[in-house]
Every structure is written in structure tokens, then in C-alpha cells.
Design a protein around this ligand. Structure first.
Ligand code: HEM
Length: 465
């Protein structure tokens, strides 16, 4: 304990959970950083978690010894979900190979031949149809999440689902329940005393049933792919994976359990995150109508009435591109990154952080905190696309912009997410003018904390332009 960065004194069994009221939020993290500095230790039950606070600390902590901090915390909950397989919750050899395969396959499927972009355009069109039919006072949350989930379906299964398909709707709801459960008090209690929580009624029972449902949904799709036998001409993630499994001379054997979990992880990583960002995007557009109008003027001037929007268009749309970045920065949907784990003894900003070998209880991990990113000399707490524009109005990205994290475990779907956000956002704004419903005077931009930082449910009107 002596060697770790400072932090509040833990109490037996619960550690510092009472200090963070069993739920971490922006204010608590800020307060702790003010007291203990930008790197501090929190004991979550019997596990020390080293928290990196703010951009310079996160950057240095995750990149100076990037390899040392590339493990993933294996909590009882994660273990029950993934059993150390796939990409998200795995570490070591499995993680390296599954991640490498995932990145390579996404690249083959999309970038270059515009394959994934077409899938995104299709979903953008379905979403627009939805807005056109129910144009007034609608809550965009569910249609957006359906669109984004269908993008992942196209990538991994090679086809989309009708929005009325009940099994698809069940999949989307199951993923939503899962992400809601993560970072909830029930999940925290499960990780402290899994032996007890396993037998008690509560959301933890439901989450496991739903996870099993998602796994069997994926297994069914794999079975269909196998029966179709198109392995020599791969068209989607499962095709590529099945092809890889036939490579007998490979050092690492890809197997079906890892495939199921990797597909699960693509859904998990790619659904709630992108959907939540798009929900914030529409909310900010009604909250800042001047900015919405400026985006529309740029879209009209540059694209005219062009039907399809491509990711490449961002280069001709500096203001819109800056707005998309400002949305991501301002909503900061990832409050604390998915906890990492040190895979060997290391030092973080001068503090020795040990990997306690062989111990069942003590692991050194760290959380990221993106709160108060350094955006000097700008005003970080104001929504201003100017944060990403130079004096001539050209787009530029800032080093402190890290919504996808950094280091060896940075988001695997960054490229896909960027494409989705840009194409769907531009398509919607090109077609509709978004306003608050009659009688609502001000947009509510307060947030709800779950595993992502979400807007409160809201309604908008979408008028054809
Ligand atoms: C706005 C959208 C998104 C945001 C803000 C986001 C953010 C993140 C962050 C912060 C991490 C944790 C990295 C770390 O441990 O340091 C992560 C991991 C991950 N993301 Fe994303 N993500 C987004 C979209 C996506 C999409 C579309 C996919 C899938 C295609 C995806 C797949 C993953 C996966 C598989 C990981 C785990 C990587 C690993 O452990 O090696 N994400 N993401």
C-alpha cells in the first residue's frame, strides 16, 4: 500500500466505496484530485485502483509504459460475462491476437472500398425515414440505437435487421440493459461479494440471462454462416473469423468461443457509445440553434443536394467536422475508461505500481478520467466548435482530445465510430431542422451517469428543410 499513489484511507471490506457513495461521478473525481493530486489510489473493495485525472496525467500514464498497463481488470462480473475471452475483457496472448484480428478485419471490411460506409448510409436513410414519419416531439433514443446496432450487424453478420424484427429488438434491449448494469451499485456489489450476489434476486440475475441470450444469438448467426459455407469469399466479420480458424499453421488458434465473445464485444463497444454521442449531438443542436444553422449552411454550400455523404467529405466541411469533435469533447461520454490492469511491476508518474503476482485479491489497475480536459487558452466548459478551428476557419485536432483513449488498448472501433458519427450527423442535419417541441423553452443538457454519460430523455421535432 505504501508504494501506491496517495488516496483516502480505505475501510475494511468496502475500501473507499463509501467515499465515492458507491458510484463514481465527475464531482467526486474532481474533489479527490483536488485533495490528492492528479494521480491517486482508490480502493474498490480490496482492489487498489490508481486513478489518472486529466489529460497530461492520462497521456503520460497510458503511453510512457504502454505495454505495462495493457491488461484488463478481470473482475468477477467480467469473468462471468466473458471468461477471459474476446477483446474487451481479455488480457495477454488472447487479447493481442483477438484485437489484432479485429482491427485487421474491420479494415478489410470497410476502409478503402467504402463497404462499411455504404452500410452506414443505409442506416442513416432508415433513421431519416423514421424522423419523417414521426416528426414532432419524438424521443430519438431508440431509433438511433437501432440504426447504430444495425451498422454493427452489417459488419459482423453481413446483413441488417428490419426494425420490426423482435429478436433484433431483444438484442438491442439486452445490450442496453447490460450497459446500464455496468457501473451500477448492483455491479459493484457483485464484484465485492459474488458468492452472495449470485444467489440473491436482483438485476444481476437478469443481466446474466440477457448475456446468455446475446451469446446464443451470435452462435445462431455463426451456425447459419457455417451452413452457407462461403468461407473462401469472406464478406463479414464471422466469415473472416471462420476462415482464420481453418489456418492450421497459425501459432495462435482462433476458436469459436473467442469469436462469440469478440462479436459480443463489437456490439458492446460499438452500440451504446455511438448512439449516446448521437443523442447528445441532436440535443446540442437544439440547444445551440445558431450552430445548427451554420452547419446546415456549410452542408448546403459544399454538398448542395448531393444524396450520399461520405466520410471523405469531412475535408471539405471544416466547420461541421469541428462541431462533431466539439460534441464528442463536450459530452465526454466515457467518464472513467474501462479499467486497465498492470501486467507487471511498473511506475506511473514516478509512483511504483506493483503487479501483485499470484495474489487472488490485489490487482493494480487504473481508471481514466477525462474530466476537465486541458483546452487552454479556450474555455473548456463552453460548447464552442472554435476549439477545433484555427484563425482561418481550418479544422485542427487537439492533442488533449482523447475520447477514444490512448495507449495500446485505445478504442478498436475509433475509425468506424468517427465515420458513423459524421455520416449520420451530416445526413440528419442536411435533411431536417431540429427544434424543441412547442412549450419547451430550454434544452435540458443535464446528464445521467451509467456506464456512459447520457443525456436525460428528451424530445425533438424534425422539420424537413
Ligand atoms: C463514440 C463512440 C466510441 C467511443 C467514445 C469509444 C470509446 C472507447 C474507449 C474510451 C475505450 C477504452 C479504451 C481503454 O481501455 O483505454 C474503448 C474500447 C473499445 N472500443 Fe470503443 N468507443 C466508441 C465506439 C466503438 C465502436 C463503434 C466499436 C466497435 C466497432 C468499439 C469497440 C471497442 C472495443 C472492442 C474496445 C476494447 C479495446 C481493447 O480492450 O483492446 N468502440 N472505446
Amino acid at each position: 500500500r505504501k508504494s501506491l499513489p496517495p488516496g483516502p484511507v480505505p475501510i475494511p471490506f468496502f475500501g473507499n466505496f463509501p467515499h465515492v457513495s458507491f458510484k463514481v461521478d465527475h464531482n467526486i473525481l474532481d474533489k479527490l484530485a483536488k485533495t490528492y493530486g492528479n494521480i491517486y489510489t482508490l480502493w474498490l473493495g480490496h482492489k487498489p485502483v490508481v486513478v489518472l485525472h486529466g489529460f497530461p496525467t492520462v497521456k503520460e500514464g497510458l503511453t510512457t509504459h504502454a505495454d505495462d498497463v495493457a491488461g484488463r481488470m478481470n473482475t468477477p462480473f467480467f469473468q462471468r460475462i466473458a471468461n477471459g475471452k474476446g477483446i474487451f475483457f481479455s488480457s495477454g496472448v488472447i487479447w493481442k491476437h483477438e484485437r489484432r484480428f479485429g482491427i485487421a478485419t474491420l479494415r478489410k471490411l470497410g476502409l478503402g472500398n467504402k463497404g462499411i460506409e455504404r452500410g452506414i448510409q443505409v442506416e442513416a436513410r432508415h433513421l431519416m425515414e423514421f424522423f419523417q414519419i414521426s416528426c414532432c416531439a419524438l424521443d430519438p433514443a431508440y431509433p438511433i440505437v437501432l440504426a447504430v446496432s444495425n451498422v454493427i450487424c452489417t459488419v459482423v453478420f453481413g446483413h441488417r435487421f428490419s426494425l420490426e424484427d423482435e429478436t433484433f429488438q431483444k438484442l438491442v434491449k439486452a445490450l442496453h440493459f447490460f450497459t446500464d448494469f455496468a457501473n451500477s451499485t448492483s455491479q459493484i456489489l457483485y464484484d465485492i461479494c459474488p458468492w452472495l450476489m449470485r444467489h440473491l434476486p436482483g438485476p444481476q440475475q437478469k443481466v446474466f440471462v440477457l448475456c446468455d441470450f446475446i451469446h446464443s444469438f451470435v452462435r445462431k448467426e455463426i451456425r447459419i454462416h457455417k451452413e452457407r459455407g462461403k468461407i473462401d469469399d469472406p464478406e463479414d466479420f464471422i466469415d473472416y473469423y471462420l476462415f482464420q480458424m481453418t489456418e492450421n499453421n497459425a501459432m495462435y488458434k482462433h476458436d469459436e468461443d473467442n469469436m462469440v465473445q469478440s462479436v459480443f464485444d463489437l456490439f458492446l463497444g460499438g452500440t451504446e457509445t455511438t448512439a449516446t454521442t448521437l443523442r447528445w449531438a441532436l440535443l446540442y443542436m437544439v440547444a445551440y440553434p445558431d450552430i445548427q444553422e451554420k452547419v446546415q449552411q456549410e452542408l448546403d454550400a459544399v454538398l448542395g443536394s448531393s444524396q450520399s455523404i461520405w466520410y471523405e467529405d469531412r475535408k471539405r466541411l471544416p466547420y461541421t467536422h469541428a462541431v462533431v469533435h466539439e460534441i464528442m469533447r463536450f459530452c465526454s461520454i466515457i467518464l472513467i475508461g474501462l479499467p486497465r490492469e498492470t501486467v507487471r511491476d511498473t511506475t506511473l508518474l514516478g509512483y511504483p505500481v506493483p503487479k501483485v503476482q499470484g495474489s487472488k485479491v490485489t490487482l493494480s489497475c487504473h481508471l481514466l478520467s477525462y474530466v476537465s480536459p486541458v483546452f487552454s487558452p479556450c474555455k473548456p466548459f463552453e460548447f464552442d466548435p472554435g476549439h477545433f478551428l484555427d484563425e482561418e476557419g481550418n479544422f485542427f485536432c487537439r492533442e488533449a482530445f482523447l475520447p477514444f483513449s490512448t495507449g495500446f488498448r485505445l478504442c478498436l472501433g475509433e475509425q468506424l465510430a468517427r465515420m458513423e458519427l459524421f455520416i449520420i450527423f451530416c445526413s440528419l442535419l442536411q435533411t431536417f431542422r431540429f427544434t424543441l417541441p412547442d412549450g419547451v423553452k430550454e434544452a435540458d443538457t443535464q446528464c445521467i451517469l451509467g456506464s456512459t454519460v447520457q443525456p436525460r430523455p428528451y424530445r425533438v421535432c424534425a422539420f424537413l428543410r
